[in-house]
Design a protein around this ligand. Structure first.
Ligand code: N01
Length: 561
């Protein structure tokens, strides 16, 4: 760094930006990004549309909402003291505990004074001459920032299907992703739940005991398997504390960001008897281990996957007393893991309650909502409460609605009209100094781990810019094209699981059908980040925006990417 050059954060004050780093979204990633930016010595603020911290864990407060990653694997790992002092009550914590934890973190590290609540970003415009972003907030205020970091999440824009007459319903209506802070009184009410994704299947058993009647409207059955939650015993708490370093090492390096141990056998290495005994073990294992610790070819060999599906189908038939209902609950059009599998507590058992019924929308589609209920092809049912558990505009939903304008006023939603283009799932061309950790092309596994890798990389990058006297960074179009092609190619690789998941945007009418995650996951991310480091950020254009002259890049031994 030029010794005459003042540090970046001092120069940015000279240019009258309000902050060096503006983070949007107080979810798990946004809180971590704020912490890391402040820790690195940048001035930073966070804007949050909601009235409190939590992001997903603020908005999705429906009964039954809980982790399906183990609590201590989802939690922050940057502070041993934090890890040791917070005792999770259960292996898979319920939403209130998670919300309490995130509030604790914010207070523990004195972050709250840097956060503005009820502050929704309505537009963010890049100013070419200064290299800064001007951000307008719903309360009418305006902020200037050197770096804009949208940690707005992939599952943060609730989706309401365009059902005719949806607004006509006069009873209470809720979306699982926009749940009110005041508890909903289900007592002795006639309740409809539309949607049987992870949210619906958590909510359904949680309210079935309270309601007068519960009618579940299912369009596609899901491969639900038990979460197998339990309280964390004092011995386990002590072991978790004792194992912190080893736990952190595994979570920071493993492909999926879980502690689960991978299996070493393929399905047909075992006899049928051995396979079904192993599947039984899987059925009784915690959460995602049905994917991460299952036979190695579960997601590669359709015959192997079909065998596990048959095992699960047998379980469903064994639990659900009415054979017709059981049959409706068994997926016919997709395999295990093709859609994000939900992990449940007493879900199938719920259908044995006399007050619970299942409407198969494949057979009797919804025609319209009426003032008093839902009309399907076989008639009208009346309800006091309708819950929309109909999912989200995944991946790009929040970013496309923030009014983000890059170089020459380019709208992000236009730039991504055919689907997102990114490098490492953190930057896109023509939007300098803009990052989006935990956005599209990210999150293949235990989300906080993967999103945290991106936050760490972004923070390291900002420090690099400051240390080398740059204040503008933009990914090169060739690097972006290569990464985006890698995503598309990997998603198209055989065996071609059907493209019917929100992973491809297929749940939103009119949305481009492009893969929205990174199926090569963390190992690919780690490899590419290492290349960026070794090549001194060759995949990016770095410049000094104040004078607009690109600085010659420092000569390094590792010139090639
Ligand atoms: O949303 P979804 P979700 N008419 O999109 C149905 C995370 N999460 O909120 O499959 C009738 O999965 C739709 O039917 P179909 C997790 O990553 C985590 O449940 O499209 N039904 C489907 O059944 C999860 O994957 C936890 O045919 C309609 C449902 O609505 C993600 O959030 C808990 C319809 C939507 O399912 C999203 O889950 C909860 C229509 N017009 C969520 N349109 C944890 O455990 C849609 N549907 C941590």
């Amino acid at each position: 760094m030029d010794p005459c050059e003042p540090p970046f954060h001092e120069r940015s004050r000279r240019f009258a930006a309000d902050v060096d780093v503006l983070v949007v979204g107080a979810g798990v990633s946004g809180i971590y990004q704020l912490y890391r930016a402040l820790e690195a010595g940048f001035s930073a603020q966070l804007l949050e549309a909601g009235g409190g911290v939590g992001g997903t864990w603020y908005w999705n407060r429906y009964p039954g909402a809980r982790f399906d990653s183990e609590s201590y694997t989802y939690a922050y790992l940057f502070s041993k003291e934090l890890f040791e002092e917070w005792e999770w009550r259960e292996h898979f914590a319920e939403q209130p505990e998670t919300e309490r934890y995130l509030n604790h973190v914010v207070d523990r590290f004195d972050l709250r004074r840097h956060i503005r609540f009820d502050a929704k970003v309505t537009s963010a415009v890049y100013d070419e001459p200064s290299g800064k972003w001007t951000v307008l907030v719903s309360d009418g205020t305006e902020l200037r920032t050197q770096f804009l970091i949208a940690a707005t999440g992939v599952l943060s824009v609730p989706y309401f299907p365009d059902v005719p007459g949806r607004e006509d319903f006069r009873g209470e209506a809720y979306h699982t992703g926009l749940w009110p802070a005041t508890p909903v009184d289900f007592g002795r009410k006639r309740v409809a739940v539309i949607g049987t994704g992870s949210s619906g299947v958590q909510l359904i058993p949680a309210i079935a005991g309270e309601v007068a009647s519960l009618t579940v409207y299912q369009r596609t059955a899901n491969w639900c398997t038990p979460l197998n939650n339990a309280p964390i015993t004092p011995d386990e708490q002590a072991q978790l504390r004792g194992d912190f370093e080893a736990i952190r090492e595994t979570l920071n390096t493993s492909a999926h960001g879980f502690l689960h141990v991978a299996h070493d056998r393929a399905t047909f290495d075992d006899s049928k008897e051995e396979r079904w005994a192993f599947f039984e073990k899987m059925w009784n294992s915690p959460g995602f281990s049905k994917l991460t610790s299952n036979y190695t070819d579960l997601m590669l060999d359709p015959a192997a996957n079909a065998e596990f599906c048959e095992f699960v189908a047998e379980k469903v038939r064994g639990i659900v007393e009415d054979p017709e209902t059981a049959d409706k609950l068994i997926p016919k059009t997709h395999r295990f893991g093709e859609k994000r599998p939900p992990f449940v507590t007493s879900y199938y058992e719920t259908y044995n309650h006399p007050n619970v019924s299942l409407v198969d929308l494949e057979q009797t589609p919804i025609v319209r909502m009426t003032e008093r209920g839902i009309e399907t092809a076989d008639g009208v049912r009346e309800f006091d409460i309708v819950v929309w558990a109909t999912g989200f505009d995944f991946g790009t939903g929040a970013l496309a609605r923030m009014g983000i304008r890059g170089r020459d006023g380019l709208a992000l939603e236009d730039h991504w009209a055919d689907g997102p283009k990114t490098f490492l799932g953190v930057q896109t061309t023509d939007f300098p100094n803009f990052f989006f950790p935990g956005g599209p092309h990210a999150a293949a596994g235990n989300n906080p781990r993967y999103n945290g890798d991106q936050v760490d990389f972004i923070t390291e990058t900002l420090v690099y810019l400051r240390d080398h006297g740059y204040d503008t960074i933009e990914v090169d179009s060739a690097a972006e094209e290569k990464w985006t092609n890698m995503i598309d190619t990997a998603a198209a690789m055989p065996p071609s699981f059907g493209k019917i998941s929100y992973y491809f945007g297929t749940n939103i009418p009119g949305k481009p059908r492009r893969y929205l995650l990174n199926s090569l996951g963390r190992p690919k991310l780690f490899k590419e980040i290492a290349k960026v480091r070794e090549s001194d950020y060759k995949a990016f254009k770095l410049s000094r925006s104040a004078s607009r002259d690109s600085r010659p890049r420092p000569a390094t031994a590792a010139g090639a990417q």
